[in-house]
Design a protein around this ligand. Structure first.
Ligand SMILES: Nc1nc2c(ncn2[C@@H]2O[C@H](COP(=O)(O)OP(=O)(O)OP(=O)(O)O)[C@@H](O)[C@H]2O)c(=O)[nH]1
Ligand SMILES: [Mg+2]
Length: 464
């Protein structure tokens, strides 16, 4: 079918460790620090690519990892950066957070609707800084360096959604499948009973040197927005198409239905499903003009479309309107009028695509938004009391700092204490009621708490 969904685990590359080293030269007895930085780990990036048509690649392989950064070395030599891992997905892929343990989908990370659009889903770890960075007026020979930062890791959900440029919508038996068959190489089933089409058909139509993807959606009926008929699920797909091509059956399906009434019903259903769908750019098509006796109703429909177009432009006849003022008269059976309809759709689709591309370039910066959200979340930390005199501090950034510290090295630990103080961890502990001598746990480490003015001493490594 048209929805394809996979869940994968992504992990950036860890940062390389910074180096602790001192210059050694024959004639210099004790050289200054010269330990280089570790290289940054690579990121995992999801990128929309027009040449990829499915998520099949992610069906069987679920773990993806970018390259790690290498360690820094002496003589100020920096480690190499790990390469990014770019996962290519079809245009129209929605990327979300996924929580594997809870089996729950989280926030939207990105909706990749354009070729080349990308988002970083797991950042590589920053390389640890070498000891040359930790020189201060009082610390001339820092005998420590930072370890590399562990990379981000997590599950994401990729969902591919049907991406057609134009969707043919209308009542059952309006001739939507007949029309897609005339416009493209698609060969859907065509029959004189309603709901012949059960799943959308896709076709590629070409007009001059422009081409577009058109979808033939199952017929909509009154109440479709609340689940009547088959239309509801497919209204969801229409949400993603730039242009709606509304096909009206001039014969009222030989059932004596009023085509004008049909036209209103479909407009209403679209608007009720999503207000925004009611304002989506639209082209109206009158089908079955080959059937005698349809001229009058066709003229009435043309008048209605013109009026709706003006209304949609805010009552100004000369302003651009999302509804094409022209009614396209065709016969999907004989092919009459189909070429000029195709040309109109192609032109409109290309206009809309250009506009969307500009919009995407101007405003949609998923990386920015997502990064920001994630950073805010990671900067948070929490203090919980685990028992009498025992507190635990949790939070991504705080925990990462602990992991990045070389615990064998006293200077490195002192440096960590300064960072904690700056972040407000000490204050938060005091507010939570920690007293001198209490035990503070962070990831697998344990500290003795001393009031913020004093120092925090490490006294043991917990075996958790
Ligand atoms: N005379 C005439 N008949 C048409 C025309 N277009 C379609 N039909 C007939 O109308 C009936 C329905 O056509 P389909 O193309 O299956 O209609 P549909 O809109 O796809 O219908 P559903 O899939 O059921 O929603 C068939 O018998 C077609 O042959 C036309 O332009 N003129
Ligand atoms: Mg059909």
């Amino acid at each position: 079918m048209f929805i394809d969904k996979v869940r994968i685990n992504v992990r950036g590359g860890n940062g390389g460790a910074g180096c602790m080293s001192f210059r050694r030269e024959a004639h210099v007895p004790k050289g200054g620090p010269d330990g280089g930085d570790g290289g940054h780990g690579g990121n995992v990036i999801v990128q929309a690519d027009a040449s990829v048509s499915s998520l099949i690649e992610y069906r069987f392989k679920h773990h993806f990892k970018a390259e790690r950064g290498t360690h820094g070395r002496g003589s100020r030599m920096h480690g190499a950066q790990g390469a990014d891992l770019v996962l290519k997905v079809p245009v129209g892929t929605v990327v979300r957070e996924y929580f594997e343990e809870e089996k729950e989908t989280g926030e939207l990370i990105a909706d990749l609707t354009h070729d080349g659009e990308r988002v970083t889903v797991a950042r590589g770890g920053v390389g640890g800084r070498g000891n040359i960075h930790f020189v201060t007026s009082t610390r001339r020979a820092p005998a420590f360096a930072e370890l590399g930062e562990p990379a981000q890791e997590g599950w994401i959900e990729l969902e591919m959604k049907l991406m057609a440029d134009a969707a043919l919508v209308g009542m059952p038996s309006a001739g939507k499948s007949s029309l897609i068959a005339k416009m493209s190489a698609a060969r859907p089933k065509i029959a004189d009973y309603p709901f012949t089409t059960l799943v959308p058909n896709l076709g590629v139509a070409t007009s001059g040197d422009l081409s577009f993807v058109v979808a033939d959606v199952p017929g909509l009926i009154e109440g479709a927005h609340e689940g009547r008929g088959l239309g509801h699920e497919f209204l969801r797909h229409i949400e993603r198409t730039a242009l709606i091509v509304h096909v009206v059956d001039l014969t009222g399906d030989y059932e004596g239905r009023d085509p004008l009434e049909d036209y209103e019903v479909i407009n209403r259903e679209l608007a009720l499903y999503a207000e925004e769908l009611g304002r989506r750019p639209r082209i109206v098509v009158a089908n079955k003009i080959d059937v005698p006796g349809t001229d009058e109703v066709c003229a009435q429909l043309a008048e209605r479309v013109r009026a709706d177009s003006i209304a949609a432009a805010g009552g100004n006849e000369f302003a651009p309107s999302p509804i094409d003022p022209k009614l396209y008269r065709i016969s999907a059976l004989t092919g009459k009028g189909v070429e000029s309809l195709k040309a109109a759709i192609a032109t409109k689709v290309h206009e809309l695509r250009e506009a969307a591309r500009e919009r995407a370039a101007a405003e949609v910066q998923y990386d920015h938004i997502w990064e920001h959200k994630r950073e805010a979340r990671e900067a948070r930390f929490f203090v919980t009391q685990e028992g009498p005199g025992v507190f635990r501090v949790t939070g991504t950034r705080v925990e990462r700092m602990v992991v990045q510290t070389d615990w064998e090295n006293e200077e490195a630990v002192t440096f960590l204490q300064h960072r904690f103080k700056r972040l407000g961890v000490d204050d938060a502990l005091r507010k939570a009621g920690a007293l001198d001598g209490d035990e503070i746990r962070i990831v697998g480490r344990s500290f003795e708490y001393e009031s913020p003015e004093g120092a925090v001493d490490v006294y043991q490594e917990l075996d958790l």
